[in-house]
Design a protein around this ligand. Structure first.
Ligand code: GLA
Length: 436
């Protein structure tokens, strides 16, 4: 239905420079040399870091619980290349899992008591899941409670020990919570021999976030945490849950630009956007005189024809969703043809629409995009994830990834954003289970 739609975008205020001066080229080479002295091979550094945390967690589990875990499950964080805020509108998304993961070491203890140790928080807490009371002071425990109570509808679950550790930066829009909850579901279903179909895992994870944690998030994050494949993006139709792997060209890299800012109202605003999309569906159903399930059931010409009759805000929200679906599909086919310039252009258009029509960007995210767009070797830049702070991404020429990462971070900090950082993300695979 969305094929052939015109892409609705603003003209970019960011102009891309294509030619560099000799001075800039020398400077580029100098920064690259300096950077490489520190980091011989970023991929090796990341692999070592993941292996360390896994080993450390194993030791911590033994220390805290006096015996070895029976299983260590893990799931990745993600970036989303394009297709933002479309997943709760039955639309298209194109995420890529990154090589930062959350690990859950677990073992049965029997009885009713559950004990969990969080490596990041250096905190140990015990609880019962029946009745599954919401814990305000131990927010992270609600994910475990949610997982255990929903899984116990399928099979009886007894007291369990958990040790949890992660390399996914928290509160950075990289989906640390989906990585966490998927790793818990994998660990608990392994321990109690609950045989879930693969697709049931992200569906359950989404229910946990919606029903136990209070975030009305969509399916994208747990879906990619379960199904990701290294070196590929996953094009997901969130209506049918059909998906397709789309290879990322090996000479392209992704830089994750962490703003260092998390807006206090992020969850409230996120839930509000979801509510506004539902209101747009109701309004369009009335105006079109047919019943609509979601914004996916409207086409762009119909929407535009009703611009004057709709509430302005609802119109802008719907406009973002319909054009973003179109961009996600176009970006997936451009990626397949290795047309990285087109992918980059669509990324920028996506950012502009998220900023203006959907109003979920922030000055920090805009700064990263503006900086990225000015540098040669950057194909595209945009915010990723829910927005309101968090992270932006840049799709870049792999041969210039290190100097670009350094330069983007430097320019961002120069604007007074001291807490920002940029790292090179390698793609990762979906969730794993390691029996001990
Ligand atoms: C968060 C949610 C996802 C998705 C994105 C925005 O990451 O968890 O379901 O809605 O925001 O695209």
């Amino acid at each position: 239905m969305l094929e052939g739609l015109k892409c609705e975008t603003e003209v970019s205020p960011y102009t891309k420079r294509t030619k560099k001066t000799d001075f800039e080229l020398r400077e580029h080479a100098r920064i690259k040399r300096r950077y490489l002295q520190h980091f011989e091979n970023d991929a090796e550094v990341n692999v070592a870091m993941e292996e360390d945390i896994r080993k450390e967690l194993f030791k911590l589990f033994r220390l805290e619980f006096g015996k070895s875990p029976e299983v260590i499950a893990s799931a990745p964080g993600r970036i989303n290349l394009i297709g933002e805020h479309t997943d709760y509108n039955e639309g298209f998304v194109l995420p890529i899992a990154i090589d930062r993961r959350t690990y859950t070491a677990a073992g049965r203890r029997g009885g009713k008591l559950f004990i969990a140790y969080s490596k990041e928080l250096s905190k140990k807490t015990s609880f019962e899941i029946f009745p599954g009371r919401f814990e305000h002071s131990n927010f992270w425990v609600n994910y475990i409670k949610g997982a255990c109570s929903l899984l116990s509808d399928l099979k009886s679950i007894e007291g369990t020990n958990f040790a949890i550790g992660s390399t996914v930066p928290r509160g950075s829009g990289l989906s640390s919570s989906a990585a966490y909850v998927v790793s818990i579901i994998e660990a608990v279903s392994y321990l109690y021999d609950i045989r879930l179909k693969d697709i049931e895992i992200p569906v359950l994870a989404q229910r946990i976030e919606n029903e136990f944690v209070g975030v009305q998030s969509g399916i994208m994050d747990p879906f990619v945490a379960k199904f990701a494949q290294a070196e590929n993006a996953v094009l997901v139709d969130t209506r049918s849950l059909d998906y397709e792997y789309v290879p990322v060209p090996p000479d392209c890299s992704i830089l994750v630009c962490v703003t260092g800012i998390k807006r206090a109202l992020a969850t409230t605003e996120y839930n509000k956007r979801r509510q506004q999309c539902q209101e747009a569906v109701d309004s369009l159903s009335g105006l079109l005189g047919r019943s609509l399930n979601s914004l996916r059931d409207v086409n762009i010409d119909e929407l535009k024809g009703l611009e004057r009759e709709m509430d302005r805000v609802l119109y802008m929200r719907a406009l973002h969703i319909l054009t973003e679906n179109d961009r996600a599909l176009k970006a997936a086919s451009a990626l397949k043809k290795d047309n990285r310039d087109l992918v980059g252009k669509l990324m920028l258009e996506s950012h502009m629409s998220l900023r203006t029509n959907y109003e979920v960007s922030s000055p920090e995210l805009d700064a990263f995009v503006e900086i990225g767009e000015q540098l040669e070797g950057v194909y595209g830049a945009r915010m990723t994830g829910a927005g309101f702070g968090g992270s932006a991404i840049c799709l870049v020429d792999a041969s210039a990834e290190e100097p670009l990462a350094t330069e983007i971070e430097r320019r961002y900090k120069e604007r007074g954003y001291e807490n920002g950082s940029v790292f090179i993300a390698r793609s990762g695979g979906g969730s794993t289970i390691e029996r001990m």
